[in-house]
Design a protein around this ligand. Sequence first.
Ligand code: HEC
Ligand code: HEC
Length: 291
Amino acid sequence: MRLLNRSAGRLSRHRRGPLAGMLVIIAGLLLTGGIFTALVNTTASADETVSSADQVAQGRQLFLVSCSFCHGQNGEGVRTEDGNQIGPPLAGVGAAAVDFQVGTGRMPMVQPGAQVPSKPESFTDEETAALAAYVASLGPGPAIPDESDYSIEGLSDSEREQAIANGGQIFLTNCTACHNFEGSGGAMPRGGYAPNLHSTSARHIYEAMLTGPQNMPNFANGNLSPEEKRDVIAYLYSLREMPSYGGFGLGGLGPVPEGLAAWLLGIGGLVGFAVWIAAHTTRTNKKKVEA
Ligand code: HEC
Ligand code: HEC
């Protein structure tokens, strides 16, 4: 409730500010840019699944330069003499893990810490594909998903609504514990955190579920079918398209949560009004004292 009021307050403050119009335009542009990038990325992935010997060789070269220090010359992993792991073995993690780790800039890791953060990517798409092909050649593991697995573009309006509702349920059951019910993330034990999911591309969302990076469990296709994964993506994307009422993502879950939200917003408004009155009174009192 406090959060609700605070962000509502922030919203209205910004709206009143002279820069408000500009901010809205910038936000709109960023959003369009993000969607465009997501689309471009997804179309590029189609031919990445086919890996030639050349690609594996190129990947190995890159790996030796950028990754072998921690993961070993042949991806066998590296341990210090007292048994600390510098980098885990990579045989069997699959191309999907590399595409996720390198594509979100987590790898190459720069410094050890509670959690390896994402950062701007250090490799081109082609280099990432080569690295993925090389690691995939070390042992069988999950492949980079096909665009048809994660894309929600081809869905009709009603299929999409169905996917969002179903994905919302799956997300509530499997993901909210760590990522919060609207995907805005949260703290984890020992200095870790579950990141917010507001700008992760569809492919990386799919791969995160498939490979379970760091403290996240993995959701292999046996646990969560490809369609269920796609539905989760549809749900997360629907949160991005929605105006944010103080961070309440409903995901089209039906009249009950919507009624609840309306109720909370109504009460929120009343509380906000009460706070305003209180602040107003204090100010008036202060003036009286000063006078
Ligand atoms: C400075 C050391 C370091 C470097 C350099 C590094 N890594 Fe890693 N890598 C790690 C560590 C540590 C982890 C384990 C992180 C965790 O899961 O907690 C890891 C995890 C991974 C994983 C996930 C494995 C899994 O089980 O899913 C992949 C894939 C990976 N690295 C690929 C790469 C690639 C490709 C490169 C080079 C571009 C690279 N790494 C460079 C240290 C490093
Ligand atoms: C036990 C807690 C936990 C659960 C449950 C969990 N995650 Fe995660 N998730 C994490 C953590 C921790 C990370 C960060 C891992 C890292 O940085 O390598 C993460 C990372 C991610 C990322 C990468 C985000 C980015 O942009 O870097 C996505 C996407 C994601 N999770 C989606 C999901 C989905 C979808 C579900 C449910 C099917 C789920 N997670 C369930 C803890 C969890």
